[in-house]
Write a protein that binds this ligand. Structure first.
Ligand code: OAD
Length: 252
């Protein structure tokens, strides 16, 4: 850790120790140390495929099998991955400091680390939904099979297609979930960790926090779309930065 990183870690640790309310927005970079590829990083998923070819409702309608092959592949990587130190520190903060965690990740690793009160903005890769929303299959359900079976899987109620219960490009977020996230952005300390902050409305939580008067902390090895809004910037990996902050904030 550089000298300036150390100073920044100390500042964040002091703020965390003193805060009455802490909110953390996470993105794919938090799961990077668990071996799950990010979307836009060096080895990012979107560098190899075009968004429109896989993560849209149109793509699914055109080629549901191709889309499911991609999700099945991601599910197999995620199933074999373990939560890393970043997930564990955040789960501990949710428990002991009543921090609110908001994630764009669909991988379920925060939950597997025991995170409570998690706000999941983009759904879950482990949940599925009837494509035609038949009356009996209106609610999402859990299907953790890897591989999931014949592609595309079929709805047990109507026999139609099943889709991953994640938010695709062009689809709205659940309004109640977004409202909860926006309310949580009004806090004392807001950390944005491992996200490129280019996908909205999730990235909009960062200016929301800033306007509400939060100390905004960015943890990311690279600059992001909202770096200019951060009061403190830590150019470190999520697991290393959060572990260092946690150790120091515990001593206070
Ligand atoms: P991105 O792939 O866009 O960004 C990942 C960020 O993590 C980048 O800014 C990296 O610099 C950073 N990063 C990489 N390794 C890291 C590490 N070890 N520690 C900390 N940061 C690290 O992923 P998201 O911002 O999560 O949406 O992407 C947002 C949304 O775009 C996703 O939820 C997904 C995607 O399309 C949907 O599927 C709707």
């Amino acid at each position: 850790m550089t000298g300036s990183d150390r100073v920044a870690v100390e500042r964040v640790a002091a703020a965390i120790a003193a805060a009455r309310s802490i909110t953390v927005l996470t993105g794919a970079g938090v799961s990077s140390a668990s071996g799950i590829p990010t979307f836009r990083g060096e080895d990012g998923l979107w560098k190899k495929v075009r968004v429109e070819t896989l993560a849209t409702a149109d793509a699914f309608e055109n080629d549901p099998r191709l889309v499911w092959e991609w999700y099945d592949w991601r599910r197999s990587i995620i199933r074999d991955a373990q939560p890393n130190a970043a997930h564990h520190v955040l789960a501990a903060w949710a428990r002991t400091r009543r921090a609110t965690l908001i994630t764009q990740n669909v991988d379920g690793l925060h939950e597997r680390a025991g995170a409570e009160r998690l706000i999941r903005l983009h759904g879950s890769i482990w949940h599925v939904r009837c494509w035609s929303r038949c009356p009996a299959g209106r609610a999402d359900w859990l299907d953790e099979r890897v591989p999931i079976g014949t592609l595309p899987p079929s709805c047990p109620h109507c026999g139609g297609m099943v889709r991953p219960a994640v938010i695709w490009f062009g689809e709205p977020l659940d309004q109640a979930v977004l409202d909860r996230a926006r309310a949580a952005a009004a806090c004392d300390v807001f950390l944005t960790v491992g996200t490129s902050a280019v996908v909205y409305p999730a990235a909009g939580l960062i200016p929301d926090a800033k306007v509400a008067g939060a100390l905004v902390v960015e943890i990311n090895p690279d600059a992001t779309g909202t770096s200019h809004m951060a009061d403190v910037t830590l150019r470190m990996k999520a697991d290393e930065a959060l572990t260092a902050i946690d150790e120091l904030s515990d001593l206070r």
